[in-house]
Ligand binder design. Sequence first.
Ligand SMILES: *Cc1c(COP(=O)(O)O)cnc(C)c1O
Length: 426
Amino acid sequence: MSHHKSRTLAGRDLAPETLMMGFGYDPTLSEGAIKAPLFQTSTFVFRSAEDGKRFFEVAYGLREKEPDEALGLIYSRINNPNLEILEDRLAVWDRADRALVFSSGMAAISTAMLALTRPGDTVLYAAPAYGGTEYLFDRILPRYGVKVAQVLATGGTEALKQAIRDTAAKAAEGGGRLAVVYLETPSNPTNQVVDIAAAVAEVHGLGQADRPIVAVDNTFLGPLWQRPLELGADLSLYSLTKYVGGHSDLIAGGCLGSAEVMARIAEMRTICGTATDPHTAWLLSRSLETLHLRMERSQDNARILAERLRAHEKVTDVLVAGGGAGEQRAIFEAQCQGPGSTFSIRLKGGEAEAFRMLNALRLFKLAVSLGGSESLASHPSSMTHSDYSTEAKGRCGIGDDLIRLSVGVENVEDLWVDLEQALAAV
Ligand SMILES: *Cc1c(COP(=O)(O)O)cnc(C)c1O
């Protein structure tokens, strides 16, 4: 293995934050540039016709790659150095065989679902999931003959396991199969954690020949505070727009897993053309160098703010991942290394009080999204989840009194002053 792909030094396994500075990039191929240049190019010149032929054989799956053979560069919808460097580095964090990057989180999720399902299959997902994901499952996949079933993320582990068994049995009765179990944890915006390892064990216990894939949207806590693949999941999916990009200046997605599953998703990405562009990949490689600093600092800030908010007279509840008692606490401790920095509060009152607070904030920006270096606040009931029925909002705990905060890396005392003065306006 060449030097730039080495993960150890003097017998020591190097940490991801160290590898982010050079892993997967060979400066001698780029005039010695310390940083990978931006390969803003659509196509690549072959050294010979024979090379072109060999590259296509691998890209189109006509033959297996030799053990040490790199995928030849062909065309930027198929591969590009900026994408490959980024993918190698993302795979380090999640301990994945392979990563693929996409033009958005939704591109990653939809391309993976198209690759892993066929007509007659069933997908089971834990709700609430991200709005775009629910739309894909409820409104788009059924057009292609894929059946979709739901289990409540807030229902607990027994209900999740039961739903996996029941859905698999029902799919088999209809002559189909349960193809994918899709989890998003912690759930948005109430931060309930869903037991990944329990879902994996249940899926393995089904005895289904073509066993279902367990896919986890890891956007909220990954890759620092939760690693689904280590818990036995098959796919870790990301909106890289959030913490990984981390500066609210790009849209991108990621999907990580075993070589075998990722090969199926890579085929679909090439044909659907859902890969990201070189410039976005370049920005993300830069972001990865400070990922741990940003996630640690924002989590520290969030911990302090959550604790103070819990004691505030106008706040009735603070919803932090793992913050509940009993099963919630146990799942969190087995599954997560930290609660992250996106959490929600409930205020005394309803929409009027919530809006007064949101309109009074000066440092927290009033915007959806999360995971950026700056702090954001939003009102799920009237914004991200406004298309939920009153009944669905009730079931998922999304009241008019709920405000979601994504805490950034600013000075925490400044942020506290902002929250205090905004709460005084309620
Ligand atoms: C934002 C988000 C997505 C969608 O990602 P885009 O990059 O906006 O396409 C998916 N899942 C979760 C949990 C998200 O927060």
